[in-house]
Write a protein that binds this ligand. Structure first.
Ligand code: SF4
Length: 495
C-alpha cells in the first residue's frame, strides 16, 4: 500500500514567527524568512520552503551540453500534459530530497514512450558513501601508493594503484567524510563537491607532488601543465619503433619508470638482427631488453629521478661496444631525448641528432594522447534511498540487476557494480553542469533517476498513488530549466 503523505509533510513544516523547518535531510534546519538553510539548497521564501536551484529537464532536440534555457520557452509546442520520455527527461537535478526515506521520492513521473507507459522516479540522493576516482594521465611520480592526498592540510584521500600511463587517486569516501575530525569531513566534502562540479582543486600528496585537478583538463604537476600521456612503457615503445630506428642507430634506450627498454637486447632488436651493443643499464633485468627500477620514481625523465640520461648507464663492455657506436636515449613521450656517439675510448659524446632520428622522436610524441584528468563519481544507492522508490527496497535492487530498471545520474548513464546493493559509477563530465550539491552532515548530494515500465514499477511495490505528470511537476517548478544531454550519452530512456 502506498503511503498517503500530503505536500506539507513532504516539503517541510511551518513553525512560529514565519520559520520553516526543512526536513529534506537529517540536519532539519529551522530557516527564517528570506534565509537559506545550511546547505543553501533550500530557502524560506514567504513562509514556504523552496528549493533554491531550478529543476533541470533534458530535451532531446537541444544542443548537446548547451546552455540551460527555461523549459516553457524551449517547449513551445508542448501539449502541456503527458511526459514523452523520448523527447523530455526529468532529471533529479534541483528535484530535492525527501527525508526520512520512507516518504516517496520528490517526483515520480509517469509518461509514454512509443506507446509504453513508463515511470521515472527522481530524487537527489544524499550520499555518505561516495567518492571520486581520479585518473591523471602522467607517468611522473605524484606520490607513493597509499600516500595521503591533502587539501589545506586535511587528508581527503590517497594515492591508489597506478594504471597504464596514468596515476590514480581515490578521494573522499565515508572514512574521510564522517570517520575523522569535523574539519577533515567538511574539507573532504568541499573538495569533492568542487571536483564533481568540474571546478579546479589543488591537492598535495605526502612525500610527492602538488597537483591541480580539474575534470577534462590537463593535470598541472608542481605548476607545470602535463601535455602528453606516454605512448606505452619503455618496452612497448621499443616494440613500436624498432623498425623505424633500424639502420639509423646502433642502440636505443627508452627510459621509463615502469620498464626501461634497450633495443639491441630486446626481442624486437633480436628479430631485426641487431648485434649486442654492450651498453648495460642500471636496474633489475626482467627479461631481455626490459629493466625495472633503473632509478627512483620522480618527475624527471620517464617518471624517474633521472635528469642526466647518461646516469642510467651502468657499464659499457669493451668486448661488445665499438668506437662510433650511435646511441639514442628518449622517453616514452618523446619530451626528453639525447643522442651520443661513442669515441675511441668508448666514452659517449653528445652529438647533434640526425634528422631521421629526430623524426622518430617526434613521432613518439605524435602517438601520445593529450594528458587529461578524468573524475568518476562513485556512490552506493543501495541503502535507505530505495524506500523513496518502493516499499520493498530489495525488489528495486533486483530490478536494477535484472535491467528492468535503468539507473541514470542527471540523465547520464552509469556503471552498476555487480554484487550487492546499487553501487554506481559515472564520469562527472557526462552530467549537466553543477549537478552536485552537499549537506553539512557532511555528505554529497547527487541526482539519481530510476526509469522502468509502469507495470514493473507496480510489481516492485512502487508508490503508485504518487505517480504524477510533467504538467504537475512544472506546476510545482515553474522555473524549470532544460538543456541537451552530453553528446556521448545515450538518451536516458532509449532501449
Ligand atoms: S542542510 Fe539543507 S537539506 Fe538539510 S535540512 Fe538544512 S536546508 Fe534542508
Amino acid at each position: 500500500m502506498s503511503l498517503a503523505l500530503d505536500s506539507t509533510q513532504k516539503f517541510g513544516a511551518q513553525e512560529e514567527n514565519g520559520i520553516v523547518r526543512c526536513d529534506a535531510c537529517p540536519v532539519l534546519c529551522r530557516i527564517r524568512p528570506g534565509r537559506n538553510g545550511a546547505c543553501s539548497r533550500y530557502a524560506n521564501e514567504n513562509g514556504e520552503l523552496v528549493r533554491t536551484d531550478a529543476l533541470v529537464l533534458l530535451n532531446r532536440t537541444l544542443e548537446a551540453g548547451g546552455e540551460m534555457v527555461p523549459f516553457l520557452e524551449a517547449a513551445q509546442d508542448w501539449s502541456g500534459d503527458v511526459l514523452h520520455p523520448g523527447e523530455t527527461f526529468v532529471t533529479a537535478i534541483g528535484a530535492g530530497t525527501t527525508y526520512p526515506d520512507y516518504k516517496p521520492a520528490p517526483f515520480i513521473v509517469g509518461g509514454q514512450h512509443e506507446g509504453v507507459d513508463t515511470v521515472t522516479v527522481v530524487t537527489e540522493g544524499i550520499f555518505s558513501y561516495c567518492g571520486l576516482k581520479v585518473k591523471i594521465d602522467t607517468d611522473r611520480h605524484l606520490g607513493h601508493e597509499t600516500a595521503a592526498v591533502r587539501v589545506n592540510g586535511e587528508q581527503i584521500g590517497h594515492v591508489t594503484t597506478a594504471e597504464y600511463g596514468s596515476q590514480m587517486l581515490s578521494l573522499g569516501g565515508v572514512r574521510h567524510l564522517t570517520g575523522g575530525s569535523k574539519k577533515e569531513g567538511s574539507t573532504t566534502c568541499a573538495a569533492m563537491l568542487a571536483l564533481a562540479n568540474r571546478e579546479a582543486v589543488e591537492v598535495t600528496i605526502d612525500g610527492g607532488a602538488t597537483v591541480l585537478l580539474q575534470a577534462g583538463t590537463q593535470p598541472v604537476v608542481n605548476g607545470v601543465p602535463e601535455k602528453r600521456m606516454r605512448v606505452g612503457c619503455g618496452s612497448a615503445t621499443v616494440g613500436i619503433f624498432a623498425q623505424q630506428w633500424f639502420g639509423h642507430v646502433d642502440e636505443v634506450i627508452v627510459i621509463d619508470d615502469h620498464i626501461t627498454g634497450v633495443l639491441s637486447e630486446h626481442q624486437a632488436g633480436k628479430c631485426l638482427g641487431m648485434p649486442p651493443a654492450g651498453i648495460r643499464v642500471r636496474g633489475r633485468r626482467s627479461t631481455p631488453g626490459r629493466y625495472f627500477q633503473v632509478a627512483e620514481p620522480g618527475i624527471g625523465w620517464g617518471g624517474t629521478t633521472i635528469t642526466e640520461p647518461l646516469s642510467v648507464i651502468e657499464s659499457i663492455d669493451p668486448k661488445l661496444a665499438w668506437p662510433g657506436l650511435r646511441l639514442l636515449m628518449t622517453t616514452t613521450t618523446g619530451e626528453d631525448s639525447f643522442y651520443v656517439v661513442l669515441d675511441d675510448d668508448l666514452k659517449p659524446q653528445p652529438t647533434p641528432m640526425p634528422e631521421v632520428l629526430r623524426k622518430t622522436v617526434e613521432r613518439i610524441g605524435e602517438n601520445c594522447e593529450p594528458a587529461l584528468t578524468t573524475i568518476l563519481f562513485m556512490a552506493g544507492a543501495g541503502g535507505s534511498l530505495r524506500a523513496g522508490v518502493t516499499e520493498n527496497p530489495v525488489l528495486l535492487t533486483q530490478g536494477v540487476k535484472d535491467l528492468a530498471v535503468r539507473v541514470t545520474l542527471g540523465g547520464a548513464p552509469c556503471y552498476v557494480w555487480p554484487g550487492g546493493g546499487i553501487t554506481v559509477m559515472t564520469d562527472v563530465l557526462r552530467l549537466p553542469k553543477h549537478a552536485f550539491g552537499h549537506v553539512p552532515t557532511p555528505a554529497l548530494v547527487a541526482p539519481i533517476e530510476f526509469t522502468m515500465r509502469r507495470d514493473v514499477y507496480e510489481a516492485l511495490g512502487g508508490h503508485m498513488a504518487h505517480v504524477t505528470s510533467l504538467k504537475d511537476v512544472l506546476a510545482e517548478n515553474g522555473q524549470a530549466l532544460t538543456t541537451g544531454t552530453a553528446a556521448e550519452n545515450p538518451w536516458p530512456t532509449a532501449p
